[in-house]
Design a binder for this molecule. Structure first.
Ligand code: FAD
Length: 445
């Protein structure tokens, strides 16, 4: 197994760093299990890291840092009569690898987020989601998890086998063990027609229910300091519809406008902050409409080359309009300058204990700030606004909440704390971030 000592690790957004005692890349399940046992016996915490794409220090440790690059790829496919399948992959499989291997078997994920650099384990452990009023996040598509527990044992958990442990294994920040493999429910490959159009924000808000419920995947970006938005409507289409985007146009939209020009916009706003409203007004108007059809994963995923910081809150869908009005009001009165659009997405209510959409139809509001601009004052103002409507922060994005507040926000939070304490009595799978969000010490610790 590959082994390094004392190397510094940093996350994608440069908001978290770690200098672990040891970094290990186990070659197989047996080596992984031995490493967990050695962590327990040596008094070191053990933390797996995925793609490092969380903004929170969720994957940080000064103990043993595990990289599961070798626990990657397809293990098995079980097909069903309705075309769906259960696909088991190594927990360290990157989403881009997963999408490619599913496509090769005529299959696809039902829904995905914006990017594909994460690992399957990392994505589900923080509740990563996309958009779609009838759909849940990636963890809702998990039907089984193979877990290495604090004793080094390997257990397969699901709704039928140790269902409480399964709850935290599929969405629990890696606090009940190291995920070694994940079984996902997937669907036959499908294509999406994407319609992207600039709209007036008020037109979006006035027609919101129709837009959200009338499309398979609806989202919009609101340009702060303006009343403009970019809408995205993605809907399933049959095989007869043919309308691929010309590759030059795709490059202009995805690379030049979304990354290169947008990078310049952010640098300009950093140099001349008071010009931000004017810059945003031009940027929002410069976007042109486009329509294309492509395999689902190509439509869901966009390249993200501009580094930013992000906070994202899940709020009851009915509260969205009020929340956006409050943020608009705060931006006007505070004099804060924000070149980055806010992203608004939607999800169905689900029953996962720690899902941000637990028990309620959800709207997600994501605030971003360019890496070279201060973010704290803006994000803390957004957090205060979200608190008024019992907003729940994304587990992998910036926030300042603690276990006491999570106890008020999640009806099954006490159960989650109990299962964590039972599964990991000595706290081998903990770190300062999990102590912040689940409580500093386990009841029996
Ligand atoms: C540019 C960008 C775009 C993003 N887009 C979206 C989006 O569209 N939707 C969305 O919801 N989120 C999005 N995110 C957030 C991202 O999906 C989550 O933070 C996700 O957790 C990152 O996955 P990762 O593999 O990088 O995991 P990491 O950040 O490395 O780890 C996340 C957590 O999982 C744990 N973990 C990882 N592997 C294991 C394992 N094998 N066993 C146990 N625990 C493990 C880690 O310890 C940590 O607690 C985005 C982030 C960035 C930077």
């Amino acid at each position: 197994m590959a082994h390094t000592q004392g190397a510094t690790w940093r996350n994608w957004a440069r908001t978290a760093a770690a200098s672990p005692y040891r970094s290990e890349t186990p070659r197989d399940l047996q080596e992984l299990s031995s490493l967990v046992v050695s962590g327990v016996s040596g008094g070191h915490q053990v933390r797996a890291v995925g793609g490092g794409h969380s903004f929170t220090p969720a994957a940080v440790t000064d103990g043993i840092h595990l990289h599961l690059d070798h626990l990657s790829g397809l293990e098995s496919i079980e097909r069903f009569g309705d075309g769906t399948a259960h696909v088991t992959v190594g927990a360290g499989t990157r989403l881009f690898t997963l999408n490619a291997l599913l496509a090769a078997h005529g299959l696809a994920m039902r829904n995905l987020g914006d990017i594909d650099k994460q690992t399957v384990a990392g994505a589900i452990s923080t509740g990563t989601h996309g958009t779609g009023a009838r759909l849940g996040g990636i963890a809702t598509q998990v039907v089984g998890v193979r877990l290495v527990t604090a004793t080094g044992d390997v257990v397969d958990v699901s709704r039928d086998a140790q269902p409480e442990l399964f709850e935290l294994a599929r969405l629990g920040l890696g606090t009940v063990g190291v995920l070694a493999a994940v079984t996902l429910e997937v669907v036959p490959a499908f294509r999406l027609e994407a319609r992207e159009e600039p709209w007036a924000l008020d037109a979006v808000l006035d027609g919101l229910d129709e837009l959200v419920d009338g499309n398979d995947h609806f989202e919009f970006y609101w340009f702060p300091h303006t009343r403009r938005a970019l809408t995205k409507r993605n809907n399933r289409v049959g095989d007869d519809v043919e309308a691929r985007l010309n590759p030059v146009r795709a490059w202009v939209d995805d690379e030049l406008l979304a990354n290169a020009v947008f990078g310049m916009v952010n640098r300009l706003a950093t140099l001349v902050p008071p010009a931000t409203p004017a810059i945003n007004a031009v940027a929002a108007r410069a976007l042109s409409a486009r329509r294309f059809v492509a395999p689902s994963a190509e439509v869901f995923i966009s390249p993200r080359r501009i580094v930013f910081r992000e906070m994202e809150y899940a709020v009851p869908r009915a509260e969205l309009r009020g929340v956006l009005a409050e943020i608009d009001g705060w931006l006007r009165s505070s004099g804060e300058h924000v070149p980055f659009p806010l992203e608004v997405r939607f999800a169905a209510a689900d029953d996962l204990w720690l899902s941000t959409a637990h028990g309620r139809e959800t709207a997600y509001v994501a605030a971003h700030q360019y890496v070279k601009m201060p973010f704290k004052r803006y994000f803390q103002a957004v957090e205060r606004i979200m608190a008024q409507v019992d907003g729940r922060p994304h587990w992998g994005k910036m926030h300042w909440l603690d276990a006491e507040r999570f106890g008020q926000l999640y009806p099954r939070f006490a159960d989650a704390q109990r299962v964590r304490a039972e599964a990991d009595p000595t706290g081998v799978f903990g770190n300062p971030y999990t102590d912040q969000v689940f409580g500093a010490r386990h009841p029996q610790g």
